[in-house]
Design a protein around this ligand. Structure first.
Ligand code: NAD
Ligand code: TDX
Length: 362
């Protein structure tokens, strides 16, 4: 993966929760923090594992069910540095054993795609709700630190012309089985913090882009379509706005919360990059040498959220976090290059993904 624009600014490990103090024969040494990363073979989780191994003094266990969205080869670069466990967060016994051994749990595992949730909500209920319940019960039992990864979609959507952006105080108003099961998991985390004193933090991030993003999602679907000589597909009016952040910046924010976040707090993560879907597709087309009207408008997603926008001032002011990818075009160009150079990673997924979309009529 190409280096971020300013890698010197990646937060490094400090003491406190991010390390264990060991006393061995009278000498005081710092043992590396043992991190349990759920969903670590997915898009954001695999990028997080690579970054955490560089930025934090840690030992990493990954728990991943390797659903259609998980790919062990996303961790190939660090395979020898992690302990990979193939299992589900819905399996309370596996979760409990791994949580018992960990110092800190970072919970990424989820069913994550809105379009799938409208076809069949059941795995969303299992993984996002029951899976998070299992994590919560284990961190409660073993008194372990938890960081729960959520999304801005739990807040519903905004009008195109309203000034308001999502903040930590925004009310939940989810639109899909995906976002409602994520909201349910967040509410459980809040309840476990208050009733049981679980040492947890929560973050809600906006739309990520970058390497290892499953090609069912908007940006990589269109990049790989263009590589294949197929016109991009834009839902509905194409006016829907997403607030894009590079996955690297999401994960430096998670590191900052792990290191300096206040227990019990919620942090919103975003990089102030609101763009509508047509603008994004036209940027991809320009960068890939196609005319900017070379795309098709297709049917809309049911319940399609209009606009997301994040106010991340609490994270920036309290924890000193700043995004490093400040130019979307540069981040997108790097991402396109990654898909051009890593066809062996995405090609095996392309036919099944497009077959799924043909069934949806999109
Ligand atoms: P992804 O779909 O790429 O990866 C999910 C991973 O979880 C996969 O490796 C999958 O195999 C694993 N998984 C699914 N069910 C599991 C189960 N029952 N047990 C164990 N592992 C299981 O998703 P992503 O885009 O990397 O998202 C990761 C997290 O970040 C999710 O919680 C998502 O809600 C959140 N999030 C994503 C975005 C985004 O733009 N992609 C934005 C904000 C928040
Ligand atoms: O082919 C497409 N054409 C299109 O116009 C696809 C796949 C999507 N879209 C639109 C729908 C959305 O307006 O593009 C936008 C982005 O779609 P997705 O990539 O499916 O993302 P979104 O639904 O916004 O959700 C994403 O961000 C928040 C992640 O998938 C979630 O996991 C995260 O919580």
């Amino acid at each position: 993966m190409p280096a971020p624009p300013d890698s010197a600014a990646i937060p490094t490990r400090s003491t406190g929760d991010s390390a264990r103090l060991c006393v061995i024969l009278g000498a005081v040494t710092m043992a590396p923090m043992r991190l349990l990363v759920t969903g670590g073979a997915g898009f954001i989780g695999s990028n997080f594992v690579r970054q955490a191994l560089d930025a934090l003094d840690c030992q990493v266990d990954v728990l991943d069910a390797l659903t259609y969205a998980g790919d062990r080869s996303s961790l190939a670069e660090v395979e020898h540095r992690i302990n990979f466990v193939h299992g589900s967060v819905t399996d309370a016994a596996i979760v409990d054993e791994l949580v018992r051994q960990a110092d800190t749990v970072v919970h990424f595992a989820a069913e994550s795609h809105n379009d799938n949730s409208v076809v069949d909500p059941s795995p969303f209920v299992q993984t996002n709700l029951i899976g998070t319940f299992n994590i919560l019960e284990s961190v409660r039992r073993h008194d372990k630190r938890l960081h729960h990864i959520s999304t801005d979609e739990v807040f519903g959507d905004l009008e195109l012309d309203e000034e308001r952006r999502f903040t930590e105080e925004s009310a939940f108003d989810p639109s899909s089985p995906y976002s409602s099961t994520k909201a349910g998991s967040d509410l459980m985390v809040r309840g476990w913090i208050r009733s049981f004193g679980v040492r947890a933090t929560i973050s809600h991030c906006s739309n990520n882009y970058g390497p290892f993003h499953h090609i069912e999602k908007f940006i990589p679907r269109q990049i790989t379509n263009v590589i294949d000589g197929v016109r991009p597909k834009v839902y509905g009016s194409g006016q829907n706005v997403r607030d894009w952040i590079h996955v690297h910046d999401h994960n430096t924010a998670v590191n900052a919360i792990l290191e300096r976040g206040r227990i019990g707090q919620t942090y919103l993560i975003g990089a102030e990059c609101e763009l509508n879907n047509i603008v994004v597709v036209q940027e991809i087309l320009r960068l890939m040498g196609r005319p900017d009207d070379w795309f098709d408008m297709v049917g809309d997603r049911p319940g399609h959220d209009l606009r997301y926008a994040i106010d991340s001032s609490k994270l920036q002011a309290e924890l000193g976090w700043k995004p490093q990818y400040l130019n979307f075009r540069d981040g997108l160009a790097q991402t396109i290059e990654w898909y051009q150079q890593n066809e062996s990673w995405w090609r095996p997924k392309k036919e099944a993904t497009e077959a799924k979309y043909r069934e949806m009529g999109r």
